[in-house]
Design a protein around this ligand. Structure first.
Ligand code: NAG
Ligand code: NAG
Ligand code: NAG
Ligand code: NAG
Ligand code: NAG
Length: 746
C-alpha cells in the first residue's frame, strides 16, 4: 500500500512490523555500491566495561579497514552489557571478510521494518479486587519495547509507590520534551542508531504515536476512575499490575519503524538494567531463530531469567502468519470481548442499518448520499473512485455529501473530508470485528449491506442518509480477531504457536496528546484514553499476567511462568474459531488460575538448543545464541523421541501421509502445589486419534518434586479437517493442568 496507509493500519497497526534480518550469506553477492548497517556478534560474555568493549570492537574493525580512524567512523554502537557485539556501517565485501574472521561468531544485516480497561480485565475475570502481593508486585519492573511513553498520563502517577527496588540499575535521563521519570516510570531510554533524523518524531522517550503509552498502561498502569473515549467504554482503566514499575525502551520511530540494531540495543540494556519481564508488541513475518533480533535478544533475556512476551502479529486470518514464535517466547493472539461499537444508519427510504466503528460525531443530520464511483472525476477514475482514493473524485460531486466507498486503504473518511464531503459509509468484507475510529461521520458495513445502499442510491432521485453517533452494544464473545495472526508456526512443525489469547479488540487505554485519535490529515479529535485493536494490545495483557504470576513466585523461571499461563488458560471453542489452536493457542488467559497452576512444565536453556539442533540448525548457526564458535549438535541430540522441549503443548504434523502416524512426546512436570497430592490423567481425543499416557497417574509427596511421563499419539490420516484438537489433562483435587495436543496436516 502506498502512502495512504491510513488510520487503521497505523493505529491498529497496531504493530510495528519488524521483519527480519537475512542471514548475511543470502545477500553477500548482491551489489556492493552502498554501505549498510550490520550487526557483528562476538560472543555472549560481555567485556568488563564500555571502554574495553569499544576498544576491542574498534580493534576488530581496524584489522579489516586498515586504520583505526576508519574503524571509528563506521562503528555506530557497541553492545557490551548483556552480550558482546557491535553495529557498524559496512560494504558487503567488508561484512563478508568480517564473517571469515576467527573472533566473529555471526553477522547479519540490520533491517528496517515497516509500521504497519476498563472492560477487558473484568471480561477475563481478573477483578480489581484480585488477591495481590503488593510488596513483591512493587518490586517488579516490566520492560516495554515500543514507541515510548507519555509520562504526564494519569495512568503513570506514582502515588503510594516508594523508590524503585535496589536491584534496579536503569536510568532515566533528562530528554527533550520528556518531563522525566517518577516512581512508576523508573527507566526511559531511546535507541536510534541509524542517526537518520525523523521529522515526525522526537529524539527522546516521549511517545508521539500513542502505541507505547497504550501498551504500557494496559500492562502496569495505575487505576484511573472514569476513563473513557468521549463517553464510550467508560470504566476504571487499570493495568494488570498497577503497583509494578515501568521501564521504557523506545525502539520504534514514526517514519522508519523499528530496526534490529535498536531492538538489540534495548535487549542489551534492559537485561543489564534488571527488568523482570519484557513486553514487545513488535513483530513481523517470520524468519529463522538465529537471524531475528527479537528471537536472539529474547534468548539472551531467557538465559538471565527474563521472559519475553510478544504479539502474534496482525496478518490473520491467513494461516502460517504467526510471529514471535521462538520456543523461548510467549506469543499472544488477540481475542474480542463482549463489547462492540455500532452506529445506526438511517436511509432516506426509511430503512435502518447497523454499521461498525467509532463515530463520535453527533450531527443527527441527514446528508445527500453518493457512491464514490458516481463521483469519479472522469471515466478513467471510476475504479479508484469506487475506493474513494486520493485525486479520484470530483469535489463538486461529493461536496456536503456522505460517500459510499469500498475499503482498500484506511483513511477514506479523510480523503472524502478533504474533498469537501461530509463523511463516508465504507463497505468491506474484512475488519468487521474491530471498531475503527473515524475522523468524520462514518461507519463500516459488509458487502451485502453495501449492495443494498448502492441499489438505494441508484433507485432514488435524491438519496440521503444519517449516521448516528456510535453506541456500545453487547456482542457474543470471546472470539479471535480476524486480523490476529494464525498458526501453524512457520518456524517449526513441532511447536504450537500462538501460545495463548488475550483481549486485543477495542481496548481502552491511555493515549498521547501529541497525536489526534486517527492521526489522519484534518483530524482534530484528541483524548487521554482511546480504543485500539491488535495483537499489540493483547501482548501487554499477558505480559501483565506474567508479572502478576511473578509477584507470587519471584523465583520461577521464564518456562515455569509461561507454563502456568498456558496450562490454566480457559479453553476456547473451535465452533466459533475454525482455526482452533492455530487461532487461540491454549485459549483465553486466566490470571487468577495462572497464579496457582499446580504443576509446571519447567526447563532451562539446554532443551532449546537441542530442539534447534533437531530442527536442522547447524552448530555454527547457533553461535549467536550459545556464544561459542560452534557447537556439536550430534553430541547434544537426545537419544529418544522427536521432542526434547518440555513444552506445555504438543503438536504433531502428519504431513500428507496416507497411513497412520505415531509419535511419542516425553514431558516432565514439577509440583508447585501442595505436597502429598495425586494427579490423574484425562485424555480428550477426537475420532481417528488414539492417545495414551504412561503412567496414567502421578503422585507427588513433596513440593518441587519432578515426575516424567510419556504420551503416545496415533492418528489416522486427516481427510477433511486440517487440524484436530485433543488434550491431556492432569487433574488433582485442587488443580486442572491442561496441555493442548494439536494434530494437523500441511
Ligand atoms: C519539544 O521541545 C521543543 C523545545 O522546547 C519545542 O520547541 C517543541 O515544540 C516541543 N515539541 C512538542 C511536540 O512538544
Ligand atoms: C451483513 O450485515 C448484516 C447486518 O449487520 C447482517 O444481517 C448480515 O448477516 C451480514 N452479511 C454477511 C454476509 O455477513
Ligand atoms: C449488556 O450486558 C450487561 C450485563 O451483561 C447489561 O448490564 C447491559 O445492560 C447490556 N447492554 C446492552 C446494550 O444490552
Ligand atoms: C560430535 O559428536 C559426535 C557424537 O558424540 C562425535 O562422534 C563427533 O566426533 C563429534 N564431532 C566433533 C567435530 O567433535
Ligand atoms: C485406535 O484404537 C482403536 C481401538 O483399539 C483401533 O481400532 C484404531 O485402529 C486405533 N486408531 C489408530 C489411529 O491407531
Amino acid at each position: 500500500m502506498p502512502s495512504e496507509l491510513g488510520n487503521f493500519l497505523k493505529i491498529l497497526l497496531i504493530i510495528f512490523f519488524v521483519s527480519f534480518s537475512n542471514i548475511l550469506a543470502a545477500t553477500i553477492n548482491q551489489n556492493d555500491h552502498e554501505k549498510k548497517f550490520y550487526i557483528v556478534y562476538l560472543g555472549n560474555h560481555p567485556p568488563d566495561d564500555e571502554a574495553t568493549a569499544n576498544r576491542a570492537h574498534i580493534d576488530v574493525l581496524s584489522n579489516l579497514k586498515g586504520s583505526e580512524f576508519e574503524a571509528r567512523e563506521s562503528i555506530v554502537h557497541s553492545y557490551h552489557r548483556s552480550f558482546n557485539a557491535f553495529a557498524a556501517k559496512l560494504f558487503n565485501h567488508e561484512a563478508k571478510s568480517l564473517s571469515d574472521m576467527e573472533e566473529v561468531l555471526w553477522i547479519f544485516e540490520n533491517k528496517y521494518h515497516k509500521l504497519h480497561t476498563t472492560r477487558s480485565w473484568d471480561f477475563i475475570r481478573f477483578p480489581q479486587s484480585a488477591k495481590r502481593k503488593l510488596k513483591t508486585e512493587s518490586n517488579i519492573i516490566v520492560g516495554l519495547f515500543d514507541t515510548g511513553i507519555t509520562p504526564e498520563s494519569e495512568s503513570f502517577k506514582d502515588d503510594g509507590l516508594g523508590p524503585p527496588p535496589a536491584k534496579w540499575k536503569g536510568t532515566c535521563n533528562h530528554h527533550a520534551n520528556f518531563s522525566g521519570c517518577n516512581n512508576k516510570i523508573v527507566g526511559a531510554r531511546y535507541f536510534k542508531l541509524d542517526n537518520v533524523p525523523d521529522p515526525s518524531d522526537i529524539l527522546s522517550p516521549i511517545d508521539v504515536e500513542g502505541h507505547g503509552t497504550h501498551t504500557s498502561s494496559t500492562l502496569a498502569g495505575t487505576l484511573v476512575p472514569d476513563a473513557n473515549l468521549a463517553g464510550l467504554a467508560a470504566g476504571t482503566a487499570r493495568g494488570a499490575v498497577p503497583s509494578a514499575r515501568i521501564a521504557v525502551y523506545k525502539v520504534c520511530w514514526a517514519s522508519s519503524g523499528c530496526s534490529d540494531m535498536d531492538i538489540l540495543a534495548a535487549f542489551d540494556h534492559a537485561i543489564s538494567d534488571g527488568v523482570d519481564l519484557i513486553s514487545i508488541s513488535i513483530g513481523g513475518p517470520s524468519s529463522g531463530y538465529v537471524s531475528d533480533s527479537i528471537s536472539i535478544g529474547s534468548f539472551h533475556a531467557m538465559r538471565k531469567g527474563i521472559l519475553t512476551v510478544g504479539s502474534a502479529g496482525n496478518d490473520g486470518p491467513t494461516s502460517g502468519t504467526v510471529a514471535n514464535h521462538a520456543p523461548w517466547m510467549l506469543s499472544v493472539a488477540a481475542s474480542g470481548i463482549d463489547r462492540g461499537f455500532r452506529s445506526k444508519v438511517s436511509l432516506g427510504n426509511g430503512n435502518s442499518i447497523s454499521g461498525v466503528g467509532i463515530d463520535l460525531f453527533d450531527t443527527g443530520k441527514s446528508y445527500s448520499l453518493v457512491s464514490g464511483e458516481d463521483a469519479a472525476k472522469n471515466s478513467d477514475n471510476k475504479e479508484n473512485a469506487r475506493y474513494c482514493m486520493e485525486d479520484s473524485m470530483s469535489p463538486s460531486k461529493v461536496k456536503g455529501k456522505l460517500v459510499l466507498c469500498k475499503l482498500q486503504d484506511w483513511g477514506v473518511d479523510s480523503v472524502v473530508k478533504g474533498n469537501g464531503g461530509a463523511g463516508a459509509i465504507v463497505t468491506s468484507s474484512r475488519f468487521l470485528d474491530v471498531a475503527m475510529i473515524f475522523m468524520a461521520p462514518g461507519t463500516i458495513v459488509n458487502y451485502t449491506v453495501g449492495e443494498k445502499i448502492y441499489d438505494y442510491i441508484h433507485k432514488s432521485s435524491s438519496p440521503t442518509a444519517t449516521i448516528y453517533r456510535s453506541q456500545e452494544v453487547n456482542i457474543s464473545a470471546p472470539f479471535i480477531g480476524s486480523f490476529s495472526s494464525r498458526g501453524p508456526n512457520p518456524g517449526s512443525l513441532r511447536l504450537l504457536k500462538p501460545d495463548i489469547a488475550a483481549p486485543g479488540v477495542d481496548i481502552l487505554a491511555a493515549y498521547t496528546p501529541l497525536k489526534s485519535l486517527t492521526g489522519l490529515k484534518g483530524d482534530n479529535q484528541h483524548s487521554k484514553f482511546t480504543l485500539m485493536s491488535g495483537t499489540s494490545m493483547a501482548c501487554p495483557h499477558v505480559a501483565g499476567v506474567a508479572a502478576y504470576v511473578k509477584s507470587f513466585h519471584p523465583n520461577w523461571s521464564p518456562a515455569a511462568i509461561r507454563s502456568a499461563i498456558i496450562t490454566t488458560a480457559r479453553p476456547m471453542s473451535s465452533r466459533f474459531n475454525k482455526d482452533a489452536e492455530f487461532a487461540y493457542g491454549a485459549g483465553q488467559v486466566n490470571p487468577l488460575k495462572a497464579r496457582s497452576p499446580g504443576l509446571v512444565y519447567d526447563m532451562d536453556e539446554m532443551p532449546y538448543i537441542q530442539f534447534l539442533c533437531k530442527e536442522g540448525y547447524s552448530g555454527a548457526s547457533l553461535s549467536v545464541l550459545v556464544g561459542s564458535k560452534s557447537i556439536n549438535c550430534s553430541a547434544l541430540l537426545p537419544a529418544f523421541g522427536h521432542d526434547s522441549l518440555n513444552y506445555p503443548t504438543m503438536q504433531l504434523n502428519l504431513k500428507n501421509k496416507q497411513e497412520p502416524v505415531m509419535t511419542v512426546f516425553r514431558r516432565r512436570v514439577t509440583n508447585v502445589g501442595p505436597s502429598n497430592i495425586v494427579y490423574n490423567s484425562i485424555i480428550r481425543a477426537p475420532k481417528g486419534v488414539n492417545i495414551t499416557v504412561k503412567p496414567t497417574s502421578l503422585s507427588f509427596s513433596r513440593a518441587l518434586e519432578v515426575q516424567s511421563f510419556k504420551v503416545v499419539v496415533k492418528a489416522n490420516p486427516l481427510s477433511g479437517a486440517k487440524i484436530l484438537s485433543a488434550s491431556l489433562i492432569w487433574k488433582s483435587s485442587r488443580h486442572v493442568v491442561r496441555c493442548p495436543i494439536v494434530i494437523y496436516k500441511t
